[in-house]
Design a protein around this ligand. Structure first.
Ligand SMILES: Cc1ncc(COP(=O)(O)O)c(C=O)c1O
Length: 412
């Protein structure tokens, strides 16, 4: 046996950062503290009370009366897969209106669970008119329509007000990915008649990635119940599986997850205790501020950032009337090549992270997030100040102080 000491590497000591990309963002300190609370057993009445409270809190965040509003363990993608994998059966037609990278993700997930996917595409930076989606629904008669609310890849948000009604008139269920909007823009689950909606914590909820709050309408629950299969070893007496096909994933089976979160407390996974503490605290922080106040804070910060960027002579990306309230796309000036040197200097010299882009927007736009805990005046001013300095060192002559002054003006 070797007597060499194991290499333990250095202590974990992440450098100070201001995370102004499209997520993750800096975690609200109270949420970090909640995560260090002691473990409880998963059936300890104290813990199941926290589970119930978390459900009640997320009903408020999602603006819903939906009983089945709970957490899926895993990042936002786990919530998406749980919803789509539970709603879409083999051979089901699914319509995916795509206006960015995450629309492609929804289509890919639906395909993997056997859905027959039909997609329509809007040019990146734009969104759909309701009529365009309605026509596609009438033409293809999908069982499920799957749509992103705010697509961080293009920084635009799809209006959803009347889409649920159109879906229901045509016997389709509506799934919405609200990962990047929950807490930063209204997500009116009941008013907009969303059947399944999911999100993450690491954006406007000011939490860490790793838990995905979901909410399901009665229509969605009915569909999932028809596919109800309980795994062996925990089946109750006289158990009979539902007629519908079993949901492909065991871990992300919303039918079994409902039994775990509901009064039956039928064992499934071990709930991620610390992530539940985090999710619960995130919702408390967001609700204590007030949802509407939070939306105004996000919208104002974005307005100030955009005013600052434009005053520096930079050009914003995307349809101005459908920009998200929490992430801004800005064209990289030609003097700055693909923009990576600027991002590196922002990070190394100022400790500020701004985002790169995907697909054909890579090297063309930066994405600057104003999400959650990060979304406040001092951070907007710091970011603009740093960007001006870094741009100037790299050959782009931004007018002196114009960015910060314009942002100040928005804040009054
Ligand atoms: C709109 C949207 N959907 C889904 C995701 C995937 O989230 P996660 O990385 O937490 O799985 C993201 C992440 O950026 C996103 O912005």
């Amino acid at each position: 046996m070797s007597s060499a000491k194991p290499d333990l590497f250095r202590d974990l000591d992440p450098g100070p950062r201001l995370l102004m990309g499209p997520g993750p963002v800096d975690v609200y300190p109270r949420v970090l503290r909640a995560m260090s609370a002691p473990m409880l057993g998963q059936f300890d009445p104290e813990f199941t009370t926290y589970m119930n409270e978390t459900m009640a809190l997320y009903r408020q965040v999602y603006r819903t009366e939906n009983e089945w509003t709970f957490l899926v363990n895993g990042t936002a993608r786990a919530g998406i897969e749980a919803c789509l994998g539970s709603l879409v059966s083999d051979g089901d037609k699914v319509l995916v209106p795509m206006f960015g990278r995450f629309g492609h993700l929804l289509a890919e997930i639906c395909q993997r669970v056997g859905g027959e996917v039909v997609s329509i595409e809007a040019e990146w930076g734009n969104v759909f008119q309701l009529d365009q989606i309605a026509e596609a629904i009438k033409a293809h008669r999908p069982k499920v329509v799957a749509m992103v609310h705010g697509d961080t890849s293009t920084t635009t948000a799809q209006p959803l007000e009347d889409l649920g009604e159109v879906c229901h008139t045509n016997d389709a269920l509506l799934y919405v990915d609200a990962t990047a909007t929950l807490g930063g823009m209204p997500v009116n689950t009941d008013e907009w008649q969303l059947d399944a909606v999911s999100a993450g914590l690491q954006k406007c909820m000011s939490g860490p990635p790793g838990s995905s709050p979901v909410s399901l309408s009665a229509r969605a629950v009915e569909k999932i119940s028809k596919r109800k299969h309980i795994e062996g070893g925990i089946q109750p007496e006289n158990y009979v599986a539902a007629d519908g096909s079993a949901i492909v994933s065991n871990y992300l089976d919303l039918g079994m997850l409902m039994d775990y979160w509901g009064p039956k407390r039928l064992n499934h996974h071990t709930e991620s205790t610390s992530m539940l503490y985090a999710a619960r605290e995130c919702a408390r922080v967001v609700l204590a501020e007030g949802l509407e106040q939070g939306f105004v804070r996000h919208a104002t910060a974005s307005e100030a950032l955009r005013a600052g960027l434009q005053a520096m002579g930079l050009q914003l990306f995307g349809d101005p009337s459908h920009r998200m309230a929490n992430v801004t796309g800005v064209y990289i000036p030609s003097a700055c090549g693909n923009g990576e040197k600027i991002r590196a200097e922002m990070l190394n010299d100022f400790g500020i992270e701004i985002g790169t882009s995907f697909g054909h927007l890579a090297g063309k736009i930066w994405r600057i997030g104003t999400m959650g805990h990060v979304c406040r005046k001092p951070n907007i001013l710091r970011c603009l100040n740093a960007l001006e300095a870094v741009l100037r060192r790299n050959g782009y002559e931004a007018p002196v102080n114009a960015g910060v002054d314009a942002a100040y003006e928005v804040y009054g």
